[in-house]
Design a protein around this ligand. Structure first.
Ligand SMILES: NC(=O)c1ccc[n+]([C@@H]2O[C@H](COP(=O)([O-])OP(=O)(O)OC[C@H]3O[C@@H](n4cnc5c(N)ncnc54)[C@H](OP(=O)(O)O)[C@@H]3O)[C@@H](O)[C@H]2O)c1
Length: 329
């Protein structure tokens, strides 16, 4: 912690931006400094809920505010590329919601720009920074479950069916893979500390043209397999289980925001809990602040290489399941 508060600005104060703002409230050396929305009333209402902040009706104005130390982007993925580019060109460090972009070509361009301009850029894959994941990392590194053979993850819920909703809308890069499938992909990549070598996928494409159910098998080195399902069609048991030669680790529902995990070896269970201080977003935010203050351009916790590999994998899966967005054609 330092004496100087890190002043955050938010672009797009919609649904998920609240989790970011709640997280900020438990970080002593950070403040919600500015909020920008296309509708100034929305920015004002949002700022008022968190004790007030400067408000802007243009994203450009916020990123050009010299007092803003970093920008959190919470718009739908379709807009991440242009929003991040705006920040990088203004020299503002960026923490952007997942997925970083809609496809790998966009992600590559942004990563190159971040390096050229020497500006920090991080995908907000908050799961990797949750305290319970440190516990799981310890178990994996100690080989408590022996050699990993299989990982199984689920992210499914009954989503709204309205076409205009972000989830169902192909113009907003809707669908389960980019929105939810990214979590089990990212957690398996994190567990293996490597990228998958091959994959197989199947999907159900719904009436609006986005994937409402996607199933993927990933094969890592030594034939370790990861299987996941992402769905808008039913409520799943949203856990993530890592199986090894001596036992297994269960990261409890919802695994992407978990505070509990259980290690089972020889039928003996060790259940561990690491309660969140607030929404759970506080840990990724602290990591972004630590990196910016240390002069880093990326977080080792979710490196540019990991983000790019995930985007390339999701491009390939989308090609296999036949999911191309209208604006990509
Ligand atoms: N980390 C997580 O757990 C988590 C959870 C949910 C979502 N997310 C991610 O967060 C991002 C935003 O999701 P959300 O559900 O919070 O979005 P949202 O509430 O639908 O929209 C957030 C903001 O984006 C802008 N926006 C929305 N629709 C737009 C449109 N059609 N055209 C232009 N701007 C539009 C608006 O900004 P203005 O106020 O400026 O108009 C809105 O306030 C997504 O990329 C999603 O993947 C992450």
């Amino acid at each position: 912690m330092t004496d100087k508060k890190f002043k955050w600005g938010i672009l797009g104060p919609g649904r998920i931006a609240h989790a970011f703002a709640e997280g900020l409230q438990v970080i002593d050396d950070a403040s919600l400094f500015a909020v920008a929305s296309s509708k100034i009333e929305r920015a004002k209402e949002f700022a008022d809920q968190y004790g007030g902040a400067k408000t802007y009706n243009s994203y450009e104005a916020l990123v050009n505010d010299p007092e803003v130390d970093g920008v959190y982007i919470a718009t739908p993925h379709r807009f991440h590329f242009e929003n991040i580019m705006l920040c990088l060109n203004a020299g503002k460090p960026v923490l952007c919601e997942k997925p970083l972009t809609v496809n790998a070509a966009e992600a590559k361009k942004l990563i190159e720009t971040a390096h050229e301009k020497k500006v920090f850029l991080m995908e907000a894959l908050w799961t990797r920074f949750l305290p319970i994941y440190e516990v799981v990392r310890g178990w994996l590194d100690e080989k408590s479950i022996g050699d990993i053979s299989l990982m199984v993850g689920n992210f499914g819920f009954n989503a709204p069916k309205e076409k205009d909703d972000r989830w169902q809308n192909p113009e907003l890069a809707g669908g389960t893979l980019l929105d939810m499938g990214i979590y089990p992909i990212s957690v398996s990549q994190w567990a293996m500390r490597s990228q998958p070598k091959s994959f197989m996928s199947m999907a159900h494409i719904g009436n609006t043209g986005v994937d409402e159910l996607t199933t993927v098998l990933l094969k890592y080195e030594n034939d370790v397999i990861a299987q996941f399902h992402s769905s808008f069609m039913s409520n799943h048991i949203n856990d993530f289980v890592i199986y090894g030669s001596k036992g297994h680790i269960r990261i409890h529902p919802n695994f992407w925001g978990a505070s509990k995990a259980t290690l089972t070896v020889n039928d003996q269970e060790l259940a561990v809990s690491r309660p969140l201080r607030a929404s759970g977003f506080e840990y990724q935010t602290e990591e972004a602040m630590r990196c910016v203050r240390a002069g880093l351009l990326e977080s080792p916790g979710i490196s540019h290489a990991d983000t790019l590999a995930n985007m390339e994998l999701m491009d390939a899966i989308r090609a296999e399941i036949g999911l191309k967005y209208p604006f990509e054609k």
